[in-house]
Design a protein around this ligand. Sequence first.
Ligand SMILES: *Cc1c(COP(=O)(O)O)cnc(C)c1O
Ligand code: SF4
Length: 425
Amino acid sequence: MKHEYKKVEYKNIPLFKDVTEEEWNDWKWQLRHAIRDIPTLEKVIELNHEEKENLSKTLEKFKMAITPYYAALMDKERKDCPVRMLAVPSLDELFVSPTDLDDPLHEDVDSPAPGLTHRYPDRALLLVTPECSMYCRHCTRRRLVGEEANENMGKNKLELAFDYIRKTPEIRDVVVSGGDPLILSDDKLDYILSELRKIDHVEIIRIGSRMPVVLPQRITDEFCEMVKKHHPVFINTHFNHPKEVTAEAKIACEKLANAGVNLGNQAVLLKGVNDCPNIMKSLMHELLRIRVRPYYIYQCDLSEGISHFRTKVSKGIEIIENLRGHTSGLAVPTFVVDAPGGGGKIPVMPNYLISQNKKRVILRNYESVVAAYDQPHYVEDHDTETCEYCQNERLRAKDGVAKLLSNGEISILPENLRRKDRTKK
Ligand SMILES: *Cc1c(COP(=O)(O)O)cnc(C)c1O
Ligand code: SF4
């Protein structure tokens, strides 16, 4: 069966019936015409009186913006359309769950310079703009997104972030994110990437953008030419549902891949959208076809106003159980829970190791076959003294269990361990 990629149809939608193809394919036109109010939205999808009332209540607290392209992808009648759920505000957003947190990942706390989060030893997250082409209803950074491009991210503040990266030689990987960095002009992005490239110890640059999904027209030839100058550049995008993989999205991703960009996908596990192993499997297959490698599936964060999207963590484990072994390893991302309080991403997966002794490890596979792997009788230790990589200070783990494994310390203790108060003084 030949797979058809459909272009999004917009001519049959009243709001867009007079839009020319040239306008439609112009990302700046798309941005200018993002849907921000109810009367405009009503010209795209059916809304009854109650829905409109609810929408207007939600809009008092949270802003709406939907690109015309993404709006045209929504089902006109069905409220449970996944694209619609990710785009159209819901009354549930006003419900603040007692477990919601304002900055669940402590991105503002672990921040040595404005817009910069340096959580992991060798990589940093740089938020270059709070703006996005559309406001995803499930956004984890909704505390920032859509703020007027404030002084926080101006050129001077960016300079402070660059300064920090310059004087921090451990940082070899910079994740450029936001908001959506691709809302910035090619010139501004060129400037940011050039400044990062000037820093010797920055080995790779990553960009996080949802544009290939919500505004694929943004991926122009000019943009690709600009990015090419700064390789190695990786782009992680954010598809959540197979319906988002359209002809336009395919063209955008192929352009990026042809420009030598390595493409990854970070999906979020969302109730009612993709909390189904078969939807997820289909999404992973669709992504590979357009040359995007599934990278992460995130457990939904504890950000305010998105609790209606949360699933149990066990759903993520079930999804991985349905992928690993059942389909290409390339189609299996890592399921992660981003630990509240700044603990970072923690991978979670089914248990495959059943038991072990000195001689054997007992494993189970995806079919429930239980297998014994005979361990080698005797293995000489790796000689760290003569290994030049082990002698390389930059490569050695400085924290955590990895460090515990490698040196003489015998434990890692929590800071506020009460037992400490009871020990002999
Ligand atoms: C996710 C994230 C990164 C990148 O993590 P990887 O696991 O390397 O993709 C870096 N910094 C912060 C603060 C992050 O949240
Ligand atoms: S594009 Fe990303 S940062 Fe912007 S609203 Fe969507 S999820 Fe949030």
